[in-house]
Design a protein around this ligand. Sequence first.
Ligand code: DO4
Ligand code: MG
Length: 282
Amino acid sequence: MKLFRVKKGVELASMLIYGSQIYRVDDTLKVLLKGVREREAVSLNLDNLVSKGEDQGWRITLPLDPPEVWGAGISYESARGRYSEDVKDKGRTIYDMVYDAERPEIFFKATASRCVGHLEPIRVRSDSSWTLPEAELGVVLSSSGKVLAYTIVDDVSARDIEAENPLYLPQSKIYLGCCAIGPLLVTPDEIDPYSLKIKLRILRGGREIYAGETSTSRMRRRIEEQVRYLTRDNPIPDGTVLTTGTGIVPGKEVALTHGDVVEIEVEGIGTQITPVVKGGPV
Ligand code: DO4
Ligand code: MG
């Protein structure tokens, strides 16, 4: 089952894709927790929604409002390497240590109000000149830690702020527009989470300035392990999103700037496209 949401003015609607037909359903989270109770066929065109962002006045938006978003870090070898290169104190870095440790890095990432959906702007903090996208597989969890769905997450990170001092991690990770989710949620029966290609592209002035790819088969930490640590002595609400870490870390030379476009493709889930805006809302 694939789910997404659309909005028109203040109206928000949850949709289900079944074959080539789209149905309007009850609230997305209720559907994930309790199954489809009622559905009504609608004439929305998914291609228009995904490519133009709009169909019949409806715009695609966040696939759910996550009460909490958490991140796992340094769960790929490639991330350990790149993150380590970027800190002043080389040698055995905190990234090497956490990669080898029994306990994974788990950090608070966002609330719904800081998240954006497909075609909505991610942001570069006004005090950051080195912010990068992180293309990650996300999981939507129930309060008991069950994986309800998979999605695409961009863990947008102000790398200069984190590299200055690890105690600044929350400021590098949590701010308005720091996290993009969607466009689709895909239920576990449709996906093997450990064999998905992930691709990241950054476009500037319509031209590709970066392209990288990885596979979730390279993830060192199993999702069950990440969820076990996240939920240890830490109750989470239904609909919490955990983003499972990046395996693609571009260099400083492609730090995001205002007007860039980020494209993340996760096999079996789809493509997320977000424009980049520098600074807060005017
Ligand atoms: O502290 C580093 C965060 C790393 C991260 O977000 C990742 O590996 O995806
Ligand atoms: Mg990350």
